[in-house]
Design a protein around this ligand. Structure first.
Ligand code: ADP
Length: 861
């Protein structure tokens, strides 16, 4: 190290502390990166890699970005999961003895981004911490959104739950102890796509951040403490906006595991990973960014407390019926800025006057919002209204202090209103008077010289000047004017008195800008005092926003208020899958009933592919989730139980990343449901068992149904294309067959999407293949094969009754054909073969008559 130049030595020393980050090393107007950082950054950011002398023989790789463009580059790196340590010059280079002092002032990581494009308005940006206790017997899980200050903590009992919680928060970074196993860290990276950061120091956070309330329980404290220390260490500033940790218990909410959330497309669709087409997209009519974020949080955690759910339903009901109040509310909410994030930026010290003007605008809306909410006359509404603190003193202050249209920069003045600060007013008067004086001087000079076109102007280089066109120069009095600048057809002059006034004006202006900046900082400090109150206000407003959003969507999409059934009955009449319905023309959507109760605990759904089985199942899950987040539901009438958990196994969402086979994922999901479901859960199994051979799959499917039916008694929707399973209805008393109706017209399948009682009569796979336009030759061959298979069918998984019947039937049938076939002529054998291959179900009665006529004719010769 000794041979490097002092600056490179300084670089290496700092870099050693930030091994896992790109070090943006400030050098004058640039941030430079060196060595391996430079090589990698030049590739990721597509910037030129150069090199410089560093005191040793070999040149040092280097690349850099201009300081004003840095935020953009930092954002690119962070959005790719990297961290950036910003290292600034912390002393004036002119006063430095030797190398300028430099320090890292902030470590920006994926989970701690405070601004920029990667921070979406309606999305939280969470950072989580995971603390393992007693070799994995439990875990402390804590997460925070640095931009809003929200902090939540819980205890989880197994690792899969940790992964599930982490995925559902959508955290981008997880802070763990260095003792967490490599395998677990890898799972965090590969399955939850988070940047993993290490933090081993735990702090007494109540001492370091005194406004935080104490937490009960050592484990929770550990988890929070790890996260907070990481934040303090990386952000290197006061975290005045961090809110006291809220303990939540996952048992207090409807549990939906990570697979199911994905399968049901609650937050994003499986295919595009986008919001459009998800439940969140359907329900989002929120007017504020805060409301948008809360809606997502509510969808992530539906309630199980009947009273709380009902309170939300009642609010939605009232808002829905009061059109004008609701419109008013929406108008006002539209003017409300992201107070929650603003509070965070106030604490971080990066708000400008425009932000505070927007805060003022938001606070001005509060009284009207509050009184509209209070007028709804519901206990829930009253509690929201009475907790809606309008921070009137702050509003007053902002009204007095800030101009209406301040500039973006806080260093240009023009932010503070006249009358707010005496000294500022004095400076402003001086400047204004000076300007009036100059206007008067212009007039006076014109009269004195008789030059009408004489004017006084200002530029940054020469200050104020008197400008006279060349043709008029002779009219100037000798000795009074000093020439300063020559233009093509004019000359510019100054006079001693002009310069004297100029000094006064410029001094006043400089003082104004300086004083305004100081006053602004003071104002910002005053706003800081209100952070907890603003955060509380933000919470109330976001709740109102989500509830009005439910009302708007419920009205638009004709949703109804669900009735919650203490007897755990489910009765949905003319229900619709709300998202599918919205995506297609509502006219075409076929509504369906679903009735489940003690006699109908398991519904076995049959019907051809594409008939609408999985849509029907998803519809029931979405209806329940919508009801339990407090929204109305897409049906004509709905009575619903409060489900404690929802489990799904619905195709498509295969976990390719974890390297599991489709069938393995299917079995894992089935296991998850079977292990955790209770009588009060909802299970959706779509075509379980299709990932393996027929008998194998059918046997598993049947065993799973039997197990759920006997041991779990959860409400279960089970779709299958194994027709044989429909016979279970005779054996299992709480199981009921339903089917999705399809009919045949002219040899083609027409899906009616109508769910009816009883089992479907046959599988239509080949027809669907035909619809998909597989080659006609292939289709005919499939028909032929099907006919053969159906002739051969004896199953090992059918029920006893069915086996005996079928075996007997086929036994007689086989005997009959063998006896006869031996005596047949070639012609007859040919005809018999023809009869066997007739696709009876595809024929119209007329076709059948024609076929029969043809056969008879052949036999008769
Ligand atoms: P399956 O699970 O039986 O293969 P899906 O549920 O995937 O069938 O439905 C196939 C398609 O049929 C869906 O993409 C949807 O467009 C349409 N569909 C399903 N249910 C309905 C319905 N009730 N009304 C109208 N169209 C429907």
């Amino acid at each position: 190290m000794a041979t490097y130049t002092p600056m490179i030595q300084q670089y290496l020393k700092i870099k050693a502390e930030y091994q896992d980050a790109f070090l943006f090393f400030r050098l004058g107007d640039f941030y430079e990166m060196f060595f391996e950082d430079a090589v990698q950054a030049s590739q990721v950011l597509e910037i030129t890699l150069t090199s410089r002398e560093g005191g040793v023989e070999e040149r040092i790789p280097m690349c850099g970005v201009p300081h004003h463009a840095a935020p953009n580059y930092i954002e690119q790196l962070v959005s790719k999961g990297y961290k950036v340590a910003v290292c600034e010059q912390v002393e004036d280079p002119r006063q430095a003895k030797g190398v300028v002092k430099r320090e890292v002032v902030q470590l920006i990581t994926p989970g701690t981004v405070m601004e920029g494009k990667s921070l979406e308005d309606k999305q939280n940006n969470y950072i989580a911490s995971i603390t393992e206790f007693d070799h994995g017997s439990s875990y402390g899980f804590c997460y925070n959104d640095l931009s809003t200050g929200e902090l939540q903590v819980t205890l989880l009992s197994d690792w899969n739950e940790v992964l599930s919680e982490l995925l559902s928060t959508g955290a981008r970074e997880a802070v763990v102890s260095s003792s967490l196993s490599e395998q677990k860290c890898k799972q965090l990276q590969d399955r939850c796509f988070v940047t993993v950061s290490i933090e081993d120091i735990l702090i007494e956070f109540e001492e370091v951040i005194p406004h935080l309330q104490k937490l009960n329980g050592e484990k929770q404290k550990h988890a929070v403490s790890r996260l907070l220390h990481y934040l303090i260490r990386t952000q290197k500033r006061k975290l005045d906006h961090i809110q006291s940790a809220v303990f939540y218990n996952t048992q207090q909410f409807m549990k939906i595991d990570m697979y199911s959330k994905r399968n049901l497309e609650l937050i994003e669709t499986i295919r595009s990973k986008g919001k459009k087409g998800s439940l969140l997209w359907l329900l989002d009519e929120t007017m504020t960014a805060m409301g948008g974020r809360l809606l997502k949080a509510w969808i992530d955690r539906p309630l199980i407390d009947t009273e709380k759910i009902k309170a939300r339903h009642d609010m939605v009901g009232v808002l829905l019926s009061q059109f004008f109040q609701r419109s008013d509310l929406r108008e006002k909410l539209k003017e409300v800025y992201d107070i929650e994030r603003l509070a965070g930026r106030v604490a971080f010290g990066n708000v400008n006057a425009r932000d505070l003007v927007q805060l003022r605008r938001s606070l001005q809306q509060v009284p009207a919002i509050r009184s509209t909410v209070a007028e709804l006359e519901l206990p829930y509404a009253n509690s929201l209204a009475s907790n809606m603190d309008g921070c009137e003193e702050l509003l007053d202050l902002l009204e007095q202090a800030l101009k209406d249209h301040p500039p973006l920069s806080v260093k240009e003045g023009d932010m503070i209103r006249d009358g707010y600060h005496e000294q500022l007013d004095l400076y402003r008067n001086a400047s204004r008077n000076g300007k009036t004086w100059i206007a008067e001087l212009e007039q006076k000079e014109r009269e004195l010289t008789g030059i009408k076109s004489l004017k006084i102007g200002y530029n940054r280089v020469f200050g104020y000047y008197i400008e006279v066109t060349k043709s008029n120069i002779s009219s100037l009095k000798e000795g009074r004017y000093e020439r300063k600048q020559t233009l093509a057809n004019a000359e510019r002059y100054i006079t001693p008195e002009l310069k004297e006034k100029e000094a006064l004006i410029l001094e006043a202006e400089e003082k104004i800008v300086g004083l305004e900046y100081d006053l602004f900082l003071l104002l910002r400090e005053q706003v800081k005092e209100y952070i907890p109150r603003l955060q509380q206000l933000a919470k109330m407003i976001s709740e109102v926003d989500v509830l009005q959003s439910f009302a708007v969507v419920s009205e638009e999409r004709h949703f109804v208020k669900p009735v919650l059934s203490p007897e755990h009955q489910l009765r949905v009449l003319n229900g619709r899958h709300p998202v599918v319905e919205k995506m297609m023309d509502s006219q075409e959507y076929v509504a369906n009933d679903c009735i489940m109760n003690d006699e109908r605990q398991v519904l076995l759904i049959t019907g051809p592919n594409m008939s609408g089985k999985s849509t029907y199942m998803r519809q029931i899950a979405l209806t329940s989730i919508m009801a339990q987040i407090g929204c109305f539901v897409s049906a004509e009438e709905a009575t619903l139980p409060v489900f404690d958990q929802v489990f799904t196994r619905i195709g498509a969402a295969d976990d390719l990343i974890s390297g599991q086979s489709t069938f393995m994922v299917e079995m894992l999901e089935a296991k998850n449901a079977i292990a955790h479901a209770t009588q009060h859960s909802l299970i959706l199994f779509d075509e379980i068992g299709r990932g393996t051979s027929t008998y194998d799959g059918m046997a598993l499917a049947q065993a799973i149904i039997e197990y759920i039916h006997e041991h779990i008694q959860a409400k279960t929707l089970f779709s299958t294309h194994y027709h044989e399973l429909t016979a279970l209805e005779g054996e299992l008393h709480h199981l009921q067959n339903v089917h999705v109706k399809a009919i045949e017209q002219n040899g083609r399948v027409v899906f009616l999407h109508k769910v009816q009682e009883g089992a479907a009569d046959k599988s239509y796979g080949i027809h669907v293949a035909e619809l998909a336009e597989l080659p006609q030759k292939l289709i005919s061959r499939a028909r032929q094969l099907l006919a053969t298979f159906e002739g051969e069918k004896v199953t090992s998984t059918t029920t006893k009754k069915e086996i005996t019947e079928e075996t007997q039937l086929s036994f007689f049938a086989e005997q009959a054909t063998t006896v006869k076939e031996s005596n047949l002529s070639d012609k007859e054998r040919e005809i018999l073969k023809q009869i066997k291959s007739i696709p009876i179900m595809e024929l119209t009665p007329m076709d059948a008559m024609n076929k029969l006529y043809e056969i008879q004719k052949k036999l008769k010769g």
